[in-house]
Design a protein around this ligand. Structure first.
Ligand code: GLU
Length: 459
């Protein structure tokens, strides 16, 4: 497990060790032993699967492409987590992301464990036919370890419903006569996908921020007003006033989160910046996010990146460098692009006082510590971006019953679930000076530990 997740799991276990109400049957040496076992179990994946997919390219050349499926932990249910197609994929990264899935599912009481997959390619440089072959081969190589009750992949960076449909279809061919709808989530609606799945992560990201800073705080200002906790001071300074929002990443997560912020009618959140892999667009008076989303939909997901392309836009935007989105003078920064965007070397330039992790692990451990020191609130990935896996769970359930819910029902179930988690975490967060990420980890590790103990896994 990469260092940040590993060390926060260790810290969470230490905090739980000192909490006599947690696993009260365990005392002294037995308690110490159980906590060492927990640390060992949660800091390593159960299984690491690696393959070199043999693909014949359109050119006729045969290549071998490294691919992974990492199964971190299945204490709470079958392994679950996306498959990413990206050229920087490596075993350590996928293992860390699989561990995050274990914690994310435990935190939100989604009855799954944690897994993650990856293929080392830049999907933009492959034809649709080559990508189809890669998807088929991925399922062929890992077919024994995947399945609706074993391990259920979903989209992640560089993959979407097209890839899930291809993969599900290959799974179905390899396992004739077996249930297959629950083998992959994030499929197209035509192939048994769920309404609302594509928008779920972005909607959940904005909902988490909105619920925490507005709905939840509204009833709490009485007892919080005298607090000297730096995170409480930051939250109160941003409650009940217009906020400027910048969004890094304009893909599936960032574009939807930006649209949600733009459309939110009862709060005055102004989206002043959005960015993608080549550009940041900035207008302190607010950007026309729906027009930008339309533009991106017509241009393979890219934002207008030249003055000529921007000419039609009203109101006008300023063109800045792709990284500039991180350093703007805004209240809220939603990180919905890649991991490790805010690091030790650039954290000093980040001005936003509220950071929302729409991507997985966009803030490194060192940067996280520096932000906490300043009282900047970081709403962590496992809390904020769980909308995708929550609706994946609804998709899996619908596939089992072959009964499909309306979009309205899906969103209402999604928000109920996220709100329940937030209401379990936020009172502790506002009452105690530890960062929100730490509270989320403690909560998740506590659930996993109690289940592992009761399953007899600590002896
Ligand atoms: N890839 C998404 C995540 O990181 C969704 C996973 C899923 O739906 O299983 O949470």
């Amino acid at each position: 497990m990469a260092s940040q997740t590993g060390s926060i799991v260790q810290q969470s276990l230490q905090a739980l060790m000192g909490d006599a109400a947690f696993l009260p049957n365990l005392q002294d040496q037995a308690r110490e032993q159980a906590f060492l076992s927990l640390a060992a179990i949660l800091s390593t994946p159960n299984k690491v699967h690696k393959a070199f997919l043999r693909i014949t390219l359109d050119s006729g050349n045969v290549v071998r492409i490294p691919a992974y499926r990492i199964q971190h932990n299945d204490t709470l249910g079958p392994y679950k987590g996306g498959i990413r197609f990206h050229e920087s994929v490596n075993e350590e990264e996928v293992t860390n992301l699989a561990a995050l899935m274990t914690l994310k599912n435990a935190l939100h009481e989604v009855p799954f464990g944690g897994g993650k997959g990856g293929v080392v390619i830049n999907p933009r440089t492959y034809s649709a036919k080559e990508l189809y072959l890669i998807c088929k081969k991925y399922v062929q190589y890992f077919s024994d370890v995947l399945g609706p009750d074993k391990d259920i992949p979903a989209p992640d960076m560089g993959t979407g419903e097209r890839e899930m449909d291809w993969m599900m279809s290959e799974y179905k061919s390899i396992h004739p006569g077996h249930p297959y709808l629950g083998s992959f989530t994030g499929k197209s609606i035509l192939n048994g996908g769920s309404l609302g799945r594509r928008e779920a992560t972005g909607k959940g990201v904005y909902f988490t921020f909105r619920h925490m800073l507005h709905d939840f705080l509204k009833g709490q200002s009485g007892w919080l007003s005298g607090s000297t906790n730096p995170f409480v001071r930051t939250a109160l300074a941003h409650a009940d006033r217009p906020l400027s929002v910048a969004v890094q990443g304009f893909g599936n997560v960032g574009s939807v989160a930006a649209l949600e912020a733009y459309k939110c009618t009862y709060l005055h959140n102004k989206v002043v910046a959005v960015s993608d892999r080549s550009v940041t667009l900035y207008n302190p008076d607010g950007l026309p996010v729906p027009a930008l989303a339309d533009y991106a939909a017509r241009h393979q997901g890219d934002l207008p990146a030249t003055e000529a392309a921007l000419a039609e836009l009203d109101p006008k935007a300023q063109l800045l460098g792709r990284e500039d989105v991180l350093y703007l003078d805004v209240d809220v920064l939603i990180l919905a692009a890649l991991e490790e965007q805010v690091r030790k070397d650039n954290v000093g330039r980040v001005k936003a006082r509220i950071i929302v992790e729409g991507a997985n692990a966009p803030v490194t451990g060192e940067a996280d510590a520096a932000l906490a020191e300043r009282g900047t609130i970081v709403i962590p990935d496992i809390l904020a971006n769980a909308g995708g896996v929550i609706v994946s769970y609804f998709e899996w359930l619908q596939g089992r019953e072959t009964q499909f819910f309306t979009e309205e029902h899906i969103y209402s179930m999604l928000y109920d679930k996220m709100q329940k988690t937030l209401n379990a975490i936020l009172p502790a967060f506002f009452g105690d000076p530890r960062p929100l990420r730490q509270h989320c980890y403690i909560h998740a590790v506590m659930k996993l530990s109690a289940a592992l103990y009761r399953q007899g896994k600590l002896y």
